[in-house]
Each structure stands twice: as structure tokens, then as C-alpha cells.
Design a protein around this ligand. Structure first.
Ligand code: A3P
Length: 324
């Protein structure tokens, strides 16, 4: 087995020398691996370990999203929903640990402990968050006996602006600031970490059309409009629907409140704490909570930019059933 890891790391080193490169939003470069743009030092390594060494369990659930589409929020909602009988809302782990500590971010966690993290010892059923595209998962995970995915997507105008803010916060000071104009052009070309955005959404969407019991698709704007309705959908999808008694006791409302933007943002851990994703990426928790609104992209983009981005989205999603 040790030899297998060596082979993967050898392949990884070879790939670093040969894969096409483009400008990165956080680090200097992203590399193109199987039509996806990935950070060469982090996500690419994670993707190779996932494909070659991940041992799935049928009870695994992956919370997947393109960056800045609502991972932090959905993490909290998913964790609070599936663990609702374990924790009291007044002393809930989310109040003290922050959403990113309640279950691992697969993409970096998988290689955090060389050569691979011990994922078998995680409590079962395992929850993982990920930004990997659906097609980067091995067949053993994607297949019909495999795991569940909860996917959240969001208006790309808001994703672009949210990501632009976030990545500039993380960008090392020695690199020049990424301008919105540059970020926009790169985004339209599909070039940003885990991009292209549209392929990411379509990959999960198409897979969910084939196996709706395995992949639940949520949309940020809709969850925002009716959070309770979507928490109920989430519970049903996870096989733990709310009972009548819970309905009367207002449990759904408690989960929605606990995970709301204002509640989470104002917790001490999210005002002053940090989340470490590996040696390279350390994020101030407060950077996961910016505005939490629908439509903020329009406050930054010109009419022309909005038209161009909407046109690309309409064209890419046309005929798929995805409502934009
Ligand atoms: P904005 O930058 O538009 O405010 P991710 O969690 O995938 O990194 O996405 C981050 C985006 O989700 C940010 O969007 C952030 O403010 C928003 N967000 C974080 N927590 C939220 C919550 N509890 N409810 C709604 N939006 C939230």
C-alpha cells in the first residue's frame, strides 16, 4: 500500500510539470486537470488521493458546492439536522466550534496527514464537505450503491463577487491584488479554483436527474427565501424526516435560527477564530460571513458584465431543466 501512495505522489509531481497553467485567484497559479482548474499544491493532490485511495462507505454524505455558494451555511444546516437528537440547541457544538470544524473538508483533509488521513476513524455516518466536481469522484462513490451528495448552487454573479472578495483576503501580500475586472474575465473563461462554475453545477445536476435519491440539489436563493421548507427536504433526503412532535415543538425553526447568518456571524468563534485547512490555507472565520444576501453581485458588476454573465449562464443551462 505504501508503494501505491508513492506512485500517486510520483504521478502528482509529474503532473505539476506538465499540466496547463493559468492565473490563480488565491495562489499564483491554477492547473487544468481533466477540464477543471485546481490549485496545484492543495486540490490537485487531494483529487488524486480521492481517486486512487479513498475507501467509501455507503453511509457517507458529501456536502458539495462550488466555492462561495453557501457551503458554510449548508454545513451548519446539515450537521444540525442530522444530529438534532444528539445536541441541545442551547449548548450546541456550532455555538463554540464554528461550521468548518464540525466535519472535515475532504479536499485538504485527505492529505493533511502524510501520505493520507485516517478517514476510517471518523464517526459514522461520515459527513464531508467538498468543492470537487462530481466527475472527480471515483466510481465507487458515484455509483448506485454509493454515497449521498447534497449540492448547493447560487447565482454566478453573486458567486463571482463573493469569491473575488474572499480570495483577495487570502491572497499572499506579495502577490498583486486581483482586480474585479480580471476576476470577471477569468470567471467567464471558466478559470478559477474548481472552475468552470457552469460545468461544476451541471455535473451535479445531471447526476441528480439520473439518481434523485442520491443527489439533492438546493439553490442558495431558494433556501434563503424558505429555509424551513428546505431543511425539511434535507431531513427527508437524509432519511431522518421530522416527526409530528418535532413539528409542533418548532425544531425546524430552531435549526434555521441556529444556522442563520446573523446568529452564526455574531458568535465569538466566528468573530475571532480561525479555520486551518492545511499548512497552506488559514482562514479567519469572519471571512466566511460577508453579507449573506441575494443579489449583492449587482452592486459591483456593470450592466455590461451582468448581461454577459447572464448570457453565458442561460446558454450553458439551456434545455437542462436548471432554472436560472
Ligand atoms: P457573500 O460573500 O455574498 O456574503 P461559502 O460558505 O460557500 O464559502 O459561501 C460564502 C457565502 O455564503 C458568503 O456570501 C457568506 O456571507 C454567505 N453565508 C455564510 N453563512 C451564511 C448563512 N448562515 N446564511 C446565509 N449566507 C451565508
Amino acid at each position: 500500500e505504501e508503494e501505491d501512495f508513492e506512485k500517486t505522489y510520483h504521478n502528482y509531481n509529474q503532473m505539476l510539470l506538465t499540466l496547463p497553467r493559468a492565473k490563480g485567484w488565491r495562489a499564483q497559479h491554477v492547473v487544468k486537470y481533466r477540464s477543471h482548474w485546481l490549485n496545484p499544491n492543495t486540490a490537485l493532490k487531494g483529487a488524486l488521493l480521492l481517486q486512487n485511495h479513498f475507501k467509501p462507505k455507503p453511509t457517507d454524505t458529501f456536502l458539495a458546492a462550488f466555492m462561495k455558494s453557501g457551503t458554510t451555511w449548508l454545513r451548519s444546516l446539515l450537521f444540525a439536522t442530522v444530529n438534532r437528537s444528539r445536541y441541545d440547541f442551547s449548548s450546541h457544538p456550532l455555538l463554540t466550534t464554528g461550521p468548518h470544524a464540525v466535519f472535515p473538508f475532504l479536499d485538504s483533509y485527505i492529505y493533511d496527514k502524510h501520505p493520507i488521513a485516517d478517514l476510517d476513524s471518523l464517526p459514522s455516518p461520515r459527513l464531508f464537505a467538498t468543492h470537487f466536481s462530481h466527475d472527480l469522484f471515483p466510481e465507487s462513490v458515484k455509483g448506485s450503491s454509493g454515497s449521498k451528495f447534497v449540492y448547493i448552487w447560487r447565482d454566478p454573479k453573486d458567486v463571482l463577487v463573493s469569491k473575488w472578495h474572499f480570495m483577495n483576503r487570502l491572497r499572499p501580500k506579495e502577490l498583486p491584488v486581483l482586480t474585479l475586472h480580471e476576476a470577471f474575465e477569468l470567471f467567464c473563461d471558466g478559470v478559477s479554483e474548481y472552475g468552470p462554475f457552469w460545468d461544476h453545477v451541471l455535473g451535479y445536476w445531471n447526476a441528480s436527474v439520473e439518481a434523485p435519491n442520491k443527489i439533492l440539489i438546493l439553490k442558495y436563493e431558494e433556501v434563503k427565501r424558505e429555509p424551513g421548507v428546505h431543511v425539511k427536504r434535507l431531513a427527508e433526503f437524509m432519511g431522518v424526516p421530522f416527526s409530528e412532535e418535532e413539528g409542533e415543538g418548532g425544531v425546524v425553526g430552531e435549526i434555521v435560527e441556529l444556522c442563520s447568518f446573523d446568529k452564526l456571524r455574531n458568535l465569538e468563534v466566528n468573530k475571532t477564530g480561525v479555520s486551518r485547512f492545511n499548512g497552506e490555507v488559514v482562514v479567519q472565520n469572519r471571512d466566511f460571513f460577508r453579507k449573506g444576501e441575494v443579489g449583492d453581485g449587482k452592486n459591483y458588476l456593470t450592466e455590461e458584465m451582468i448581461e454577459r454573465l447572464d448570457r453565458i449562464t442561460k446558454c450553458k443551462f439551456e434545455g437542462t431543466g436548471l432554472e436560472f
